[in-house]
Design a binder for this molecule. Structure first.
Ligand SMILES: [Fe+2]
Length: 312
């Protein structure tokens, strides 16, 4: 049976991708941002997911304003990087997982969650930047990725509650997939930022940090937050944070916060990042660690016995 082993959220600021592509990651301004993801990359290297389900929003790269699905599920075998005006980013083509994606489509649609099936799609910085932050810059991405695009660019975006419920439906779908796959769900976007208008440059660290606290411990509170509150407190583009609730809905009620990072600014936004694991997984890990000393004690006892036999 497939299972979700963790949820990861991170901002997907396009300037972070540009800093990687232009080899500026060691510059002091950017080093502050990238150093916050070093531990995350170590965590990911250990977690070794078989599949990533990545929740993001398309920025008029795959979908123009002529047609914007509220939720779109990438079911293709691969997703090339989109040309966002400067040519496609020099990142690997994202390989999909058509079998699991088709299973998710069937499960969530029969669960009355009408998602748009997308069989051909290019992916922009919304997807590729978080991949770089968590996996670095390999020649090939280490696992298949199922993109899930959420409309947060054209009014009206889905509510936080609807996003949370989509996460639940995705979890149900994953857990009914027969193959033994370890899945990590990404929620991306945010945090507080506004890119145009009189409040351009708005950053609200107090709101962002409270959002991270609630995401970890009290996500139900966030599901009740109306769009106007995101707009007022986190800026017009802060609405992207509803996508983090898809990730949170895909996890059980009780989670363990493995890691958190927050810094201001990156370009004109706040950067937030969190790694959550289902509580039972953390308990299992702890139990595994607790067993190790017992093993050591047994080995030491056996060695002591052998030493006694040899001395006779
Ligand atoms: Fe975005």
């Amino acid at each position: 049976m497939a299972r979700i082993i963790a949820g990861v959220s991170s901002s997907h600021v396009p300037a972070i991708g540009a800093a990687i592509d232009n080899k500026q990651t060691e510059e002091p301004y950017w080093k502050r941002v990238f150093s916050g993801f070093e531990k995350s990359k170590e965590w990911m290297a250990q977690a070794k997911p078989d599949v990533v389900i990545l929740i993001y929003n398309d920025h008029a790269s795959a979908f123009s304003v002529e047609m914007v699905p509220t939720f779109a599920l990438g079911c293709a075998a691969e997703f090339p990087p989109a040309d966002e005006g400067w040519g496609p980013r020099p990142v690997p083509v994202v390989k999909g997982h058509p079998q699991l994606a088709a299973h998710i489509a069937q499960s969530v649609i029969l669960d009355e969650f009408d998602i748009t099936v997308v069989n051909k799609m290019e992916v922009d910085h919304g997807l590729t930047v978080p991949m770089n932050l968590l996996f670095g810059s390999p020649k090939e991405w280490p696992c298949p990725v199922i993109p899930v695009a959420v409309n947060v660019v054209l009014y009206p975006p889905p509510t936080g509650h609807r996003c949370f419920m989509l996460g639940r439906a995705i979890r149900k779908a994953v857990e009914s997939y027969p193959e033994d796959l370890r899945v990590v769900v990404f929620g991306t976007g945010g945090m507080s930022h506004q890119i145009s208008g009189p409040r351009a440059g708005l950053i609200n660290s107090k709101f962002d940090k409270a959002f991270l606290d609630n995401l970890s411990k009290n996500p139900k509170k966030l599901t009740r937050m109306p769009h106007i509150e995101y707009m007022r407190e986190a800026g017009a583009e802060g609405i992207e944070m509803v996508m983090w609730l898809v990730m949170r809905g895909a996890l059980p009620e009780k989670v363990d916060e493995v890691y958190r990072f927050y810094t201001v600014p990156a370009s004109n936004t706040a950067v937030g990042h969190i790694i959550l694991e289902p509580h039972h997984r953390a308990m299992k890990k702890a139990a595994g660690k607790a067993k190790k000393p017992a093993g050591k004690i047994k080995r030491a006892a056996a060695q002591a016995k052998a030493a006694v036999r040899r001395s006779r």
